[in-house]
Design a protein around this ligand. Structure first.
Ligand SMILES: Cc1ncc(COP(=O)(O)O)c(C=O)c1O
Length: 381
């Protein structure tokens, strides 16, 4: 337990709730989930499943029709066999299964620093060692083959990347992914690609790593693109060799993912939903474009334009030398909640903050004005 850190932003969120209870208005730019409700068709399907009594366990690997629908949601060149698709309680469930099936005590997994904070904890839970590789703007805040080779040791067993990434919103270019597959496989390891933010992409085309190899682990979820965080449904696509072991693990760890939630997720592939979700991506893009230029004007440095997800990872070193304190005071004095870099690792954490644009553009504008006034205050360090 000594190695399992809390989300530091949760303390800020809690404080924000206290301030709100006292009547303060807080602009929330710390929250890592879409502000949109789940699509109506999804909600209706969840209710219908409950009313039809679909409240028993499903097979541990998931509802067969949902596994088929997930497989079919990939373009033909990336199409996985439905038998290799495993439905999980969120991407978090997928992360647990993958680390459980891959790791022996002491095995190392290379991850980027900064990255999604839970990764290193999932690795630790299964007695592995997360080897956080510092990344910066020069590689788009992503690992690449040079970094992988540089940090590989005889104990390294896997490499994990997220594209688009949390907290940076940057993607791994297709050619880099192909090279990574060759490098990691050549070194005798396994590549894990977290594609949870895949649908939320702006200036570029993004194809699943499955188009290049079926011998990688892919993580995805209904949480972000499909707006279903609270339903807790995600999936993984496994290399064929691991499916049997994952089945055994899933039976033991979860038994199954929530049944009504799986039926609700199935409706996410129904008619009309994709158009609704793409409209939302359009709204996210407008917010990103607005916030990006507003933050640069305020004095934040954004060294790589985020191409996906709903985050901007901003260098605040011209404004403060302590991003945690900055985020804390910004909340107290200006009523704006953001996430300090500390939540995503150690590398230059005190120089960075993450802004989420998971609130309306009007709220973002209020937030930006508050930050502008805040930065004009005397005595800010
Ligand atoms: C990169 C990344 N992976 C995985 C998750 C877990 O998502 P969930 O379990 O809700 O599907 C998150 C959540 O924020 C994330 O940002």
């Amino acid at each position: 337990m000594a190695d399992i850190q809390p989300f530091h932003v949760m303390a800020l969120l809690q404080r924000a709730r206290v301030l709100e209870a006292q009547g303060r208005h807080i602009v929330h730019m710390e929250i890592g989930e879409p502000d949109f409700p789940s699509p109506e068709a999804v909600v209706r399907a969840g209710i219908a499943a409950l009313e039809a009594g679909k409240t028993h366990y499903t097979p541990a690997l998931g509802l067969p029709e949902l596994r088929r629908a997930i497989a079919s949601s990939y373009p033909p060149e990336a199409y996985p066999e439905p038998d290799h698709v495993v439905v999980t309680p969120g991407a978090s469930g997928a992360l647990q299964l993958i680390m459980a099936v891959l790791l022996n005590p002491g095995d190392e997994v290379l991850i980027a620093d900064p990255a999604y904070p839970c990764n290193r904890h999932f690795i630790r839970l299964f007695e592995g060692e997360a080897k956080a590789v510092p990344v910066d703007a020069s590689t788009g805040y992503q690992l690449n083959t040079d970094l992988i080779r540089q940090h590989w040791t005889p104990k390294t067993m896997a490499v994990m990347v997220a594209s688009p990434s949390n907290p940076t919103g940057t993607v791994v270019p297709a050619d880099d992914l192909k090279e990574m597959i060759a490098t990691v496989t050549g070194l005798g390891g396994v590549l894990i690609v977290d594609e949870i933010y895949h649908g939320i992409i702006y200036d570029t085309e993004l194809i699943s790593v499955l188009a290049f190899s079926k011998d990688v682990f892919v993580i995805n979820s209904f949480s972000k693109y499909y707006g279903m965080t609270g339903w807790r449904v995600g999936w993984l696509v496994s290399p064929p060799a691991y499916v049997g072991a994952i089945d055994r693990l899933a039976q033991n760890i979860f038994l199954a993912t929530s049944t009504p939630a799986q039926y609700a997720a199935l409706a996410a592939f129904g008619p009309g939903v994709e158009a609704e979700l793409q409209d939302r991506v359009g709204i996210f893009r407008q917010r990103r474009d607005y916030l990006l230029s507003a933050l640069i004007e305020l004095g934040f440095k954004i060294l790589v334009i985020p191409q996906g997800a709903f985050y901007i990872y901003a260098d605040c070193s011209d404004l403060t030398d302590d991003s945690f304190q900055f985020a804390t005071i910004l909340l107290e004095q200006a009523g704006v909640a953001i996430t300090p870099g500390l939540d995503f690792g150690a590398h230059q954490a005190s120089q960075h903050v993450r802004f989420s644009y998971t609130t309306s553009i009007d709220e973002l504008k209020v937030g930006v004005e508050r930050v502008r006034l805040f930065l004009k205050r005397p005595g800010l360090s």
